[in-house]
Design a binder for this molecule. Structure first.
Ligand code: FES
Ligand code: FES
Length: 170
């Protein structure tokens, strides 16, 4: 079967019942989606499939033949952060970074749907995404800022970017 992952066509040899998360991480080496609960309850594995957020730990890859999958690696790099990554950096919305890949992809989907900086709407869009570190306030601040189209001077706030999942690493 075939997936288009971050714009690149990839042949997949894993068995059809292998989870999309395992295919991304173990076969294709795309590691920004994290294995947290592996039961659908934490959101750390969230990626976009044909533009919609999906829990990659719950989904058998065989259901997605021909689909387009987008992960953090597809939205920006450590040297060229996307607007939502810049917002997370500026607002210190990532600490350990384990939840961050899933949060970012849910936020991307929310903003692409026309989501605004309404905090309740953002909370709803991120429902089910668990963060053990930040207390969520800074994450909501970051998504609201990105939804508004704020711009940032990261020269004073980017020092944490290399330590987190913002660039899709680790
Ligand atoms: S690892 Fe998929 S929801 Fe927790
Ligand atoms: S930043 Fe550590 S779990 Fe969210």
């Amino acid at each position: 079967m075939n997936l288009t992952v971050n714009g690149v066509s990839r042949e997949v040899g894993s068995a059809p019942l292998t989870t999309l998360l395992d295919v991304l991480r173990e076969e294709l080496g795309v590691t920004s989606a994290k294995a947290g609960c592996e039961q659908g309850g934490c959101g750390s594995c969230t990626v976009l499939v044909d533009g919609e957020p999906q829990r990659a730990c719950l989904t058998a890859v065989g259901a997605f033949d021909g689909a387009e999958v987008t992960t953090v690696e597809g939205i920006g790099t450590a040297d060229a952060l996307s607007p939502i990554q810049q917002a997370f950096t500026h607002h210190y919305a990532a600490q350990c970074g384990f939840c961050t890949g899933g949060m970012l992809m849910a936020a991307v989907a929310y903003i692409e749907r026309g989501g605004t900086d309404d905090r309740e709407a953002i909370q709803e869009a991120l429902a089910g995404h668990v963060c053990r570190c930040t207390g969520y306030v800074k994450i909501i601040d970051a998504v609201a800022a990105a939804a508004r189209g704020d711009s940032f001077d990261l020269s004073t706030t980017a020092s944490s970017a290399g330590m987190t999942n913002l660039g899709g690493v680790s």
